[in-house]
Ligand binder design. Structure first.
Ligand code: ADP
Ligand code: HMS
Length: 556
């Protein structure tokens, strides 16, 4: 029997990576990463107002370049035996499309309009719209937020659509429908981007677009029309059916088969979000908490529907049948800022260096900075009087989404140096993780083990040790440094029929775990006390944010 190969493609926040994998052994045959050029240049974004947009050309160029790079040195035999491609992306990252399903920014008149581009998951320009969605949903007999943790977020589909339709008349006129990145790019590969017929991801729809089988799809038209007449009629131009990612989206178009130099019968799987496919790549099992730790975190859990399905889990990013592993309830939570907070601190240090001593010196400093800070911080004792930081630099995703919240550092004195502050930031991100784990437990979802994947999990032993101490649980780190792309490859192997079930694909293709962290008994107790302080300080920050908002409203 000839070996079959599959390609997993993982669109992260900064770059896309393609992984060519032997579907029987999981062995990597080729891999390549492409950084989005327009995004890297900071185009179309304004961090001061939390506006983050990505141009569809970054994604298209990335598709071609990453796959070409991954296939560059493989034998003809590998190329000829590729059976499937599956894709994961960030989310909720929707875009307005025309009747053909073309993102508006690919049309000449919208080429430079950020509102015609993909609205990246971390764009928080729609806070007010999220609040309106919550107010309306909570006032109705059926609360349509009940399966997404009871709070709709400004990071999600409807908030972003509503905001865009309100502020941009041209997009309003031209937008026929809206599509998530994971749906559009997979559909693009099949050649059928018709928004009315393309298959939509269960994962994206259930966690971010309020889709649920109980409502027969999306909430009823009346809900959206009451929210804003601008939404009238859009529901009909979206979708009512969704698919899990073990299913095919279609067959590759001849155009893309030719462009990529692969067989014309390659199956394209239904897409999903990066952290969901990552959890599969990291061998998630019922009641494992799989933490995808990068710029942000996604905290993934699966459990049998019959055991957990009756619960409504408050404050998380949703519970969706089949969103991670088909046939199981998939749950998502997470932190909107994790590694990004360390990156912020590094930038704070390197920017004046760049201004005063030049870019090259700053780059050299930047390359060494985080490992250096981690080393210095690891030498510091952990005491009850340490600095406390609150990890809401990019708002709070969970528990209880609130993107108007901001970060804080408390307890500085004249002896506080960069290592002390970095230690506090790392601890803050770990406390945020602990708060999520506690919420799952208090809502009736036990956690049997913790698995970690993502850039930070691989790069920083200091962060991972602190996390294990604060969670007071061991953490296993998956061997693959491309777990999301590997998970996508596993889905591709099922969608294209190499393996009958996802579990079979996982068994055959997984590369297991290569590190394990254990809590250090000598600091666990101190961290428990610091965590209680973190919770109290967080309450204070939240209270002050609310008070300031009331004042702002009064003076407006
Ligand atoms: N040595 C390090 N210690 C801690 N964090 C790091 C280190 N190196 C990089 N990071 C963080 O890793 C994050 C990127 O994670 P990664 O998983 O590669 O990206 P993404 O989230 O886009 O998939 C950045 O936010 C960066 O600050
Ligand atoms: O929010 C989600 C999924 O729900 C992620 O796509 C988002 O955190 C992006 O993560 P990365 O930056 O790719 O680590």
């Amino acid at each position: 029997m000839k070996n079959k190969y599959v390609i997993g493609i993982d669109y992260g926040t900064d770059s896309v990576r393609a992984l060519v994998v032997n579907a029987h052994t999981g062995e990597t045959a080729g891999t390549s990463v492409f950084e989005y050029p327009r995004w890297k240049a900071g185009k179309y974004c304004d961090p001061a107002v939390s506006r983050f947009r990505q141009h569809p050309l970054d994604y298209l160029e990335g598709l071609e370049s990453s796959v070409a790079g991954a296939l560059k040195n493989v034998d003809a035999e590998v190329r000829q035996n590729i059976t499937g491609i599956s894709i994961d992306t960030t989310g909720s990252t929707p875009v307005a499309v025309n009747r053909n399903g073309t993102p508006l920014a690919l049309l000449t008149e919208f080429a430079e309009n950020p509102n015609g581009m993909f609205i990246l998951w971390k764009d928080h320009t729609a806070n007010a719209e999220a609040e309106e969605i919550n107010e309306l949903a909570h006032s109705l007999e059926t609360d349509y937020t009940k399966y997404v943790g009871g709070i709709y977020s400004s990071e999600w589909f409807w908030s972003k659509i509503l905001k865009t339709l309100r502020i941009d008349e041209k997009v309003r006129e031209k937008a026929f429908s809206w599509v998530e990145h994971c749906d559009w790019i997979s559909a693009e590969l099949t050649g059928n981007t018709d928004p009315l017929t393309m298959r939509r991801s269960r994962c994206a729809a259930g966690h971010k677009a309020l889709w649920h089988s109980e409502y027969g799809g999306l909430p009823p038209e009346a809900f959206f029309a009451t929210l804003d007449p601008l939404l009238t009629g859009l529901r009909e131009r979206l979708f009512s059916e969704t698919e899990t990612s073990d299913k095919p989206m279609g067959t590759i178009s001849s155009l893309w088969a030719e462009k990529l130099g692969i067989p014309s019968d390659v199956v394209i799987g239904v897409g999903a979000f990066d952290c969901h496919m990552g959890a599969v790549g990291a061998l998630i099992e019922p009641y494992s908490l799989c933490k995808v730790i990068g710029t942000s975190t996604c905290d993934m859990l699966v459990a049998p529907n019959e055991e957990i399905g009756h619960l409504l889990i408050n404050g998380i990013c949703g519970q969706v049948d089949g969103s991670i592993v088909p046939g199981m309830l998939g749950m998502e939570a997470g932190q909107s800022g994790f590694g990004d907070i360390y990156a912020w601190f590094a930038k704070l240090i390197t920017t004046p260096v760049s201004d005063l001593l030049g870019e090259e010196t700053a780059r050299q400093l930047s390359d060494k900075l985080l490992p250096h800070l981690a080393k210095q911080a690891s030498l510091l004792p952990v005491t009850e009087n340490d600095i406390i930081a609150i990890d809401w630099w990019n708002g709070r995703r969970t528990p209880d989404a609130n993107h108007t919240l901001k970060g804080a550092i408390l307890g500085l004195n004249l002896a506080s140096d960069s290592a002390h502050v970095f230690k506090a930031l790392v601890e803050a991100t770990a406390f945020g993780s602990r708060n999520i784990a506690d919420r799952f437990r208090s809502e009736g979802v036990p956690i049997n083990e913790v698995i970690a994947i993502g850039g930070v999990a691989k790069k920083s032993t200091f962060v991972m040790q602190t996390l294990s101490d604060v969670l007071n649980m061991p953490i296993k780190v998956a061997s693959s440094d491309q777990a999301c792309a590997l998970g996508a490859a596993m889905f591709a192997a099922v969608a294209s029929g190499v393996h009958p079930t996802l579990q079979d694909a996982q068994k055959a293709m997984s590369s297991g775990f290569d590190a394990e962290y254990h809590p250090r008994p000598e600091v666990v107790e101190v961290y428990e006390k610091l965590y209680q302080k973190y919770l109290r300080a967080g309450d204070f920050v939240e209270h002050e944010t609310k008070a300031r908002k009331v004042m702002d409203l009064k003076t407006a």
